[in-house]
Design a protein around this ligand. Structure first.
Ligand code: HEC
Ligand code: HEC
Ligand code: HEC
Ligand code: HEC
Length: 368
């Protein structure tokens, strides 16, 4: 099986398995469907084939692929509508019925989440009137999610938030008030499974992230479509562009950190993480599928450019957070010190690094 088609096809098989095993599961995709846009067609075809209940489109999806929501609808894939600010535009509801319960889905873009909670209450109440369970697919970041879940005007109106735009992956859901907040694992190499149970009116939230198992056989329909698509792509069709101005990268590169953390940066420069882009260059595979793990710049900007050595790869920011405010303030509250094992495993996963031994690997990247 071809390496790249393999990942998606196996993910499809895993989704099938989950769907068959769990009565009443809802299948959703939080978007960033194809990173640089090229793969929207086959990914939407796959979503149609697997009968997704909804696909939410990120800003990047909309920017990179004109008329992407029309294309999705034309293929019979429901698009999760954006939560609109009342009263100018009423939110069109997407309501899914499972086990006798009505579940309303709406997407929460950053711009909408930044509005005062009181301005969102109208739209959320309207969702609540349509359904017993209200689920938001958020691109606003964990802090904005928590704020909404906590705010007296909106908190009680949201049951579940699925957060897409968060570089910090939390392996367990957060409970804020009565809202469960789940984060999506990045890189599209996992299938997340979440459940909500109500007992005595109080919800309990559970989450499992399934790594794509190399032993899983592929879904034939999806595999065929992906292979055909990839076969039609020239090897280097990965939109190499001029680097964006530094202010748009969304992270502080290692050269920033070096100003104050000289010894840590010197240690990192000797490690494989620093060279992960050179590895792809050497292999002649500067492809979105590979960049998703090998390039911080690609993950943060959805673009690809050849940057000077040390400014891309698995960056300080990959593990410690974007570092933008911290680089100016030096405050330790604005950087993450602890790196959860799960974060390593979003890249060192079953498919790419089946023998990953966290304790040993941690020693090999020691710079502290
Ligand atoms: C202007 C100087 C400065 C820059 C630039 C800087 N740091 Fe720091 N950093 C500090 C100082 C000072 C501390 C110790 C803060 C404290 O203990 O209160 C620190 C602490 C840390 C810690 C430990 C936090 C903790 O909870 O103990 C990490 C991790 C870290 N920095 C990572 C980074 C990364 C990654 C970058 C680049 C994105 C960076 N730093 C850039 C000054 C800086
Ligand atoms: C964003 C993806 C990503 C994350 C997160 C990540 N790694 Fe890596 N890691 C890579 C890639 C890609 C390589 C291969 C680099 C190369 O050689 O081109 C690598 C290589 C390594 C290597 C060298 C392996 C070898 O045999 O030479 C070690 C050790 C390692 N990582 C440990 C860790 C640990 C520990 C964590 C978590 C604290 C972690 N990594 C988090 C992507 C990641
Ligand atoms: C899910 C994240 C992920 C993706 C996607 C990914 N890699 Fe990697 N890659 C890693 C990790 C983690 C390692 C280090 C594993 C190890 O050392 O065993 C690695 C190591 C490598 C190495 C070995 C580096 C060396 O010099 O020893 C090569 C070559 C490589 N990757 C190429 C690719 C190519 C080509 C693609 C796209 C087809 C790709 N990778 C996609 C995570 C990823
Ligand atoms: C693959 C993940 C990873 C990368 C990449 C990474 N770090 Fe770390 N860093 C860690 C881990 C893990 C620790 C140990 C955290 C702990 O448990 O205390 C750490 C600790 C630190 C500390 C605290 C050290 C101390 O002695 O207080 C600083 C500062 C730091 N890193 C800076 C950096 C800088 C600067 C870079 C880039 C040049 C970088 N890190 C790259 C994972 C990473």
């Amino acid at each position: 099986m071809g390496g790249q088609a393999g990942g998606l096809a196996r993910r499809a098989a895993l989704i099938e398995e989950l769907r068959q095993g769990r009565e009443g599961a809802i299948l959703l995709d939080l978007g960033n469907l194809a990173d640089v846009g090229a793969k929207h067609e086959p990914v939407l075809d796959a979503a149609a084939l697997l009968k997704y209940d909804g696909v939410s489109l990120s800003e990047a999806d909309v920017l990179l692929t004109p008329a992407v929501s029309e294309r999705a609808r034309a293929k019979g894939v429901p698009v999760v509508p954006q939560l609109a600010l009342a009263p100018t535009k009423p939110t069109r509801e997407l309501v899914v019925v499972r086990g006798g319960s009505r579940i309303a889905l709406a997407a929460l873009p950053r711009a909408v989440a930044d509005e005062p909670a009181a301005k969102l209450a109208g739209a959320l109440r309207s969702l609540r009137r349509q359904a017993e369970v209200v689920v938001l697919l958020s691109y606003a970041g964990l802090e904005a999610d928590k704020r909404l879940a906590r705010a007296p005007e909106t908190g009680g109106l949201i049951d579940v938030i699925l957060e897409a735009d968060e570089i910090r992956f939390e392996s367990q859901p957060l409970t804020v008030g009565t809202t469960g907040i789940f984060t999506a694992a990045r890189g599209g190499k996992c299938v997340g499974e979440m459940s909500v149970e109500f007992a005595n009116g109080k919800p309990t939230f559970r989450q499992a992230v399934h790594q794509v198992e190399p032993s899983l056989t592929s879904h034939p329909g999806v595999y065929e479509r992906m292979s055909a698509f990839l076969a039609a792509q020239p090897e280097h069709k990965s939109v190499a562009g001029e680097p964006l101005p530094l202010g748009l990268w969304g992270y502080a590169p290692a050269s920033f950190c070096a100003e104050c953390h000289l010894s840590q940066t010197a240690a990192w420069r000797k490690q494989a993480h620093t060279r992960s882009m050179q590895t792809l260059q050497r292999e002649g595979r500067l492809l979105p599928e590979c960049l998703a793990c090998h390039s911080e710049y690609f993950r943060m900007t959805n673009q690809f450019a050849l940057l000077p050595t040390g400014e891309d790869g698995v960056q300080c920011a990959t593990c410690h957070g974007d570092g933008l405010l911290h680089s100016v303030s030096s405050r330790k509250q604005q950087v993450f010190r602890k790196v959860p094992e799960d974060l390593c495993r979003t890249c060192h996963n079953q498919e790419r690094d089946p023998d990953f031994d966290y304790a040993k690997a941690r020693e090999r990247i020691r710079h502290w």
